[in-house]
Each structure stands twice: as C-alpha cells, then as structure tokens.
Design a protein around this ligand. Structure first.
Ligand code: ADP
Ligand code: MG
Length: 237
C-alpha cells in the first residue's frame, strides 16, 4: 500500500504528497476553484471528487492510445497515485477552436474553428500570471532542450487526436486543453499533472453548452452541474 508521508507542495487546485515509495507521489484534488490567477476564488463542494474521477478516466483513455502518463492508480477519496516527475515549468496548450485568450489576442470569434490544431506555451509562474512564451524562451532559459520540445509537440498532438475522438464519442467537443510534462527517474519524458475541466474547454456537442471552468470564470451557471455532466458522458465511453 502506498502511504502519504509528507506534504511536498500545495498549489491552487491540488496537494502533492510524498509517499513511502520514493518514486511515487499522491495527488489530492481540492475543492478550490480559482480564476484570473487566483483573483477570483471559491470553495466548491465536490469539485475535487469530480476532478479526480475525470482525470482518472482521461488518463485511462490516454493509456489506451499508447501515451505514457504519470498515472499509476486511484487512491481512496479524492486522490490518485502517480509517478514522481521532475516537472518542466511550462504549460503546453493545444487548441482546436478559438476561445478565451487566443480569441482576444488574435481577434478571432469565440467558437471559430482553427485552420488546424495550434500549440502554445506559457511559462508556469503565478507571480507573472503565466506569460505566453515561444520555443526560443524555453531553450534559451534551459527549461527544456530542442529535442524535448520536439517530443512534447508530437505527444501533445497525439493526445489531441486521442482525446478528440474519445470526447466526440461521449458527445463532447474538445475545444482546448493544457498539459504539463516532466521526466521520470529514468529520464523518460512523461505526461504529468491532470486533465480536468479546470484546464480544458469542453462543450456539449448537441447543445453547445459550456461544461468546463468557464462556467465559473464567466458566471455561466453552476460549475458542479457541468462537471457532473462531463463525468456522466465520458463514463460511457
Ligand atoms: N508527477 C508529478 N511529479 C511532480 N510534480 C507534479 C506531478 N504532477 C503534477 N505535478 C505538479 O504538482 C502541482 C499540482 O498542484 P496545482 O494545484 O495544480 O499547482 P499549481 O497551482 O502550481 O498549478 C503542479 O505544480 C504540478 O506541476
Ligand atoms: Mg495546476
């Protein structure tokens, strides 16, 4: 049995614990919802439990698609057991449809289909509000080398193909999502962190209803109702 030993890190949405196995961590999903880099913050009952269930299902899908992730197994409550990684401090975003910052930045219509999937990088820094960066920043500052970036790009697009199809079967449109990568103790590049509606945009295929955290960011309705719908739909695929 994997047991928590000490709290390693507490972030905005999760807590990360070391365990009795030096290669494994436990991730606990909190009920906190934050937006605009923490400027809007609420505790929303059951959010952590839903995120744990959604991320578990998505990591299982990714495994079916042959993509290496840190996911090991579910733990009790709102926890999962993962492989310990040395994280790259970069958020990798894949977009299929214009929404949020890309629409604003490039003057696109919300909901406009992009010519092809587009990948973006953001530097993971709360103090700096996760600024938009390019590959040159990443290699110049040594956050990752060119070979790693090439692999990240390949994996991120493969994740997109895999999940677009799975979500489509579930009756959900995969608009965009954020990934984080790291290296395991053997030096393999592995997908880490989470896949939840906190870090992705998921719209109902039939009605166009927003089911993700934009409900909270833009006051579009009860967050939990959206997350429950996502879980119900993906559980059938
Ligand atoms: N397998 C892993 N090994 C080590 N750290 C991880 C792993 N998966 C995710 N993390 C890190 O754990 C933290 C998760 O907590 P979160 O609340 O999302 O933090 P943040 O507010 O920094 O995004 C993140 O900093 C993430 O990069
Ligand atoms: Mg995070």
């Amino acid at each position: 049995m994997v047991e928590e030993t000490k709290l390693l890190y507490e972030g905005k949405a999760k807590k990360v614990y070391e365990t009795n196995d030096p290669n494994l961590l436990i991730i606990y999903f909190k009920d906190d919802a934050t937006a605009f880099n923490g400027k809007k913050h609420e505790i929303i009952d059951e959010k952590g439990a839903l995120n744990k269930a959604i991320t578990t299902k998505v990591f299982q899908w990714l495994e079916e698609c042959g993509i290496k992730t840190h996911f090991v197994e579910e733990n009790s409550g709102r926890e999962i057991v993962v492989k310990r990684l040395k994280m790259i401090p970069v958020e990798v975003v894949v977009r299929n449809i214009a929404a949020g910052s890309i629409a604003k930045r490039l003057g696109l219509k919300q909901g406009e289909k992009l010519p092809r999937p587009i990948l973006e990088y953001y530097y993971k820094s709360d103090e700096l509000d996760d600024p938009w960066i390019n590959e040159d920043h990443i290699t110049a500052f040594g956050w990752a080398d060119e070979e790693t970036l090439k692999k990240i790009r390949e994996i991120a697009f493969k994740v997109n193909e895999c999940l677009r199809e799975k979500f489509d079967k579930a009756g959900i449109i995969l608009v965009d999502f954020k990934l984080e990568f790291g290296f395991d103790n053997e030096g393999n590049l592995v997908l880490g962190d989470e896949f939840t509606p906190d870090g992705s945009r998921l719209w109902d295929k039939e009605t166009g209803e927003v089911l993700d955290k934009d409900r909270f960011r833009r006051d579009l309705g009860d967050l939990i109702e959206g997350y429950e719908k996502i879980l119900m739909k993906i559980s059938r695929v």
